[in-house]
Design a protein around this ligand. Structure first.
Ligand code: G1P
Length: 289
């Protein structure tokens, strides 16, 4: 099976678009239905075969570490009460000791800088990067689709989707080359271009499989769009040296860093659930009625 062993989760961002909820709560801990956003990402990485989950955190993010720890009182309490199902669910969602690693970004210098902070934990192998705000609901977990694409092409792979023209300035945008099925050759990448300058409407969403060479480019600490060290710029410098493709993944992406996107994720996922979906449907109908 195609797999990606190490996945980096840059989670140092402040989550200002979700204030005041994120004043002290890490945005990655906001629940979508009954599970924190971060846990969806971890499950997706595990489905791609990940065995090392590398979190690049910052101040105020310690709750994330606590979440993936063994909460002794809680586990004991559930055990005493004979709540086997709940206990098993918690155990299943706790990565084995030594598989989660935390390092701190220290300064908010951009996504490229955050990924660079994980360089010593990666070594020479291809690795995944997942932006947790981008929650992707898919029959085959998106990171698994990415691992399979990488196994087929051998190079860098970024997840892409079409966005409306007026939204290009929110994303890294592809200059697309040859298309083969779901794969698009990457000829160029531009970070957050105005619609007039965008080479296409194919936007990068938060799933990447990258070759370790990216660290050589990130080490230059070159500042790009928005005065930040951009991952997009380092990736742009790899084009032509190794295969580089965009994967038009199967699935639905929600921007959970945004109030409406977050609500959309909650409703879409809750409506699909057999335990609460039907009643929620009635509740919404009543509310709108
Ligand atoms: C980041 C990347 C951008 C990418 C986007 C996907 O931007 O810099 O290239 O398209 O994530 O969500 P951010 O949303 O962190 O500003």
């Amino acid at each position: 099976m195609a797999s990606i062993k190490k996945v980096v989760f840059p989670v140092a961002g402040l989550g200002t678009r979700m204030l005041p909820a994120t004043r002290s709560l890490p945005k990655e801990m906001l629940p979508v239905v009954d599970k924190p956003i971060i846990e969806y990402a971890l499950e997706e990485a595990a489905a791609a075969g990940a065995e090392q989950f590398i979190f690049v955190t910052g101040r105020g993010k310690a709750l994330i570490e606590d979440h993936f720890d063994r909460a002794v009182e809680l586990f004991d309490n559930l055990e005493r009460k004979g709540k086997k199902q709940e206990l098993e669910a918690l155990r299943g969602a706790t990565p084995p000791a030594g598989e989660v690693v935390y390092t701190r970004q220290q300064e908010a210098k951009g996504l490229g800088h955050a990924v660079w902070c994980a360089r010593h934990l990666i070594g020479d192998e291809p690795f995944g990067v997942m932006l947790v705000d981008d929650l992707i609901d898919a029959a085959t977990p998106c990171m698994k689709q990415m691992a399979e694409a990488h196994a087929a092409t051998g190079g860098n792979v970024v997840a892409v989707m079409e966005v409306p023209e007026e939204q290009t300035a929110r994303y890294g945008v592809l200059d697309p080359g040859k298309r083969e099925g779901d794969l698009v050759e990457v000829r160029g990448l531009v970070e957050k271009p105005d619609p007039a300058e965008a080479p296409s409407r194919l936007a990068v969403v938060g799933r990447y499989v990258l070759l370790a060479e990216v660290f050589e480019h990130l080490s230059a600490h070159q500042v790009g769009a928005g005065g930040e060290i951009q991952l997009t710029d380092a990736m742009q410098r790899m084009i032509g040296r190794q295969p580089f493709h965009g994967l038009r993944f199967e699935g639905r992406r929600f921007d959970c860093g945004d109030k409406l996107g977050y609500l959309e994720a909650i409703f879409a996922l809750a409506l699909k659930r057999s335990d609460i979906g039907p009643e929620l449907r009635e509740l919404i109908a009543r509310e709108l009625g």
